[in-house]
Ligand binder design. Structure first.
Ligand SMILES: Cc1cc2nc3c(=O)[nH]c(=O)nc-3n(C[C@H](O)[C@H](O)[C@H](O)COP(=O)(O)OP(=O)(O)OC[C@H]3O[C@@H](n4cnc5c(N)ncnc54)[C@H](O)[C@@H]3O)c2cc1C
Length: 479
């Protein structure tokens, strides 16, 4: 019987536990999951307010990465999956105070249809000229990693970084294109540059290769759950052995001991006292800054590499409005705000349009997002003051003056990992250092994907790794 400790009860740790549960039932494994907060799920948190499904953390996951939907089906939640209303998909970018729709055919930042981009006021003539020239970009294999901003600027100029690349990435990573790594965040773009030179030509060539039958149902861009993302973490938790889940308990230390690990935990309700237990293997499913603390004595080098992965904080603000507001808002999924616009808001999503089952017909549900320095600058404000900042900016951008029917503020301290330039090299060093320790696996959003599907995959791989330590389960990057 192998004894395994899982530290962290977010979606990564829960998935690792769910993967081990089958082996526990077969009598091969015993596991204990320690979670410092009173609830499992980590940043997956949903509230139901006035018939609206209000997400505090993630509101969905990208459908192309199938690990999340596959897990939902394995949990019996297949009939609860909902797809984004892609027929109504329209995203605006704020430019000089006006909301400009992203032109049709723009794939991330690559124009694949000449006319809509050529006619769009989103870009200046200078950038449009750069887009035409980009088609002649020669193939180029970069020797070293670089920032996303530097790659995009080389192809399309600085305006494309400001108006598209940076706002799009801020919405996913809460970070800036100037510091995010191309190899870790946009590996497909590095590959397109190597093989085709031009992103435009590479995208068009890829399209031609995929013959699409007219009867083939198209997959929605985003997937979520009818009752919200917490439905996923609650369902996993309900499938686990109740005595294996230990909440309100903070892991304080892990020490190699007799080929395994001694884990010291501190129950939150007690002011003193450290309990310790011996395990054959440990899965650290916590942000890398928390993993670094736990490993600071047993492996200072690994700890230093883990703590060098930066995390940013974020704030989401959900506002519910009445039917009149719903009718007055522009169609589409919402808008992104380039930093050059000088606002605190980075994005706002019109959730009543993005998904079915999010708000009754007579309600509008808006979710606003601050991250990175915008979140840090706002952090100390009271919830009421943050709501006032958001309402002021929504008034400037949308002309929205109405009082919300409800408003909620959710703060997430150091929760979004930033894959800086050189991230993949750092992961190689982390992997070498990890292998020098007894049976230890790392999971979570700090390594090879920040989204929910990637975290699910990391939890599954971590469980496989501790069950079969000889197998190498180093994950590949897929974005
Ligand atoms: C505001 C926001 C919006 C997002 N939106 C999306 C989205 O729409 N789509 C998407 O795919 N992804 C989104 N993400 C990213 C994604 O949700 C997260 O990357 C993912 O859920 C992280 O899961 P995790 O289990 O790795 O970490 P977490 O959810 O951070 O869980 C880690 C857990 O470990 C616990 N813990 C930490 N230290 C200890 C310790 N020493 N002992 C015991 N327990 C400990 C914490 O309490 C926490 O519960 C979003 C993230 C945020 C913050």
């Amino acid at each position: 019987m192998i004894r395994i400790a899982i530290i962290g009860g977010g979606i990564s740790g829960l998935t690792a536990a769910f993967t081990l549960e089958e082996h526990r039932r077969a009598g091969a494994v015993e596991y204990t999951l320690y979670e410092s907060s009173p609830h499992v799920g980590g940043v997956l948190r949903t509230e139901h307010i006035q018939g609206c499904v209000v997400e505090a953390g993630p509101d969905s996951f990208i459908s192309e990465k199938t690990w999340a939907a596959d897990l939902c089906r394995a949990l019996g939640l297949g009939d609860q999956l909902i797809g984004s209303n892609d027929a109504d998909r329209k995203t605006y970018i704020l430019v000089h105070g006006l909301l400009i729709p992203m032109p049709d055919g723009l794939m991330f930042m690559v124009p694949t249809k000449i006319l809509p981009t050529g006619l769009s006021p989103l870009f200046s003539w200078a950038t449009k000229l750069r887009m035409a020239q980009e088609l002649f970009h020669p193939p180029h294999a970069a020797d070293t990693d670089e920032s996303v901003a530097s790659l995009v600027e080389r192809h399309y100029g600085a305006e494309m970084v400001d108006r598209l690349a940076d706002p799009l990435l801020s919405g996913i990573y809460g970070g800036e294109a100037a510091s995010l790594s191309v190899r870790a965040v946009l590996p497909r773009f590095a590959e397109m540059e190597r093989t085709h030179g031009s992103f435009g030509r590479a995208m068009l060539a890829a399209r031609k290769k995929i013959p699409r039958s007219p009867n083939e149902p198209s997959i929605p861009l985003f997937t979520s759950l009818k009752n919200g993302m917490q439905q996923l973490s609650e369902t996993i938790a309900a499938r686990l052995n109740p005595s294996s889940l230990v909440t309100n308990t903070h892991a304080q230390s892990i020490q190699p001991d007799a080929g395994g690990w001694t884990v010291g935990v501190h129950p939150e309700e007690r002011t003193t006292g450290l309990n310790s237990g011996h395990f054959d293997a440990v899965i650290l499913a916590v942000p890398t800054h928390a993993a670094a603390q736990l490993l600071s004595i047993s492996s200072p080098q690994l700890s230093a590499e883990l703590s060098a992965i930066n995390y940013t904080s974020s704030i989401t603000i959900s506002l519910g409005y009445d039917r009149q507001v719903r009718q007055s808002l522009p169609p589409g999924f919402g808008f992104l705000v380039p930093r050059s616009e000088g606002k605190r808001l980075l994005a706002a999503t019109f959730l009543h349009n993005k998904f079915p089952h999010r708000a009754p017909e007579d309600r509008a549900l808006l979710r606003c997002f601050f991250a990175g320095s915008n979140a840090e600058n706002t952090w100390q404000l009271s919830d009421d003051a943050i709501i006032a900042v958001v309402r002021n900016e929504l008034q400037q951008i949308l002309g929205l003056r109405a009082d919300p029917l409800f408003a909620r503020v959710y703060k997430w301290k150091s929760a979004m990992a930033q894959y800086g330039v050189g991230h993949l090299d750092r992961l190689d060093r982390i992997e070498r250092l990890r292998q020098q320790l007894p049976n230890l696996a790392l999971a979570g959003n700090g390594y090879r994907g920040i989204g929910v599907p990637d975290c699910i995959r990391s939890g599954q791989e971590a469980a496989k790794q501790v069950l079969n330590p000889k197998s190498s389960t180093t994950l590949s990057v897929e974005t």
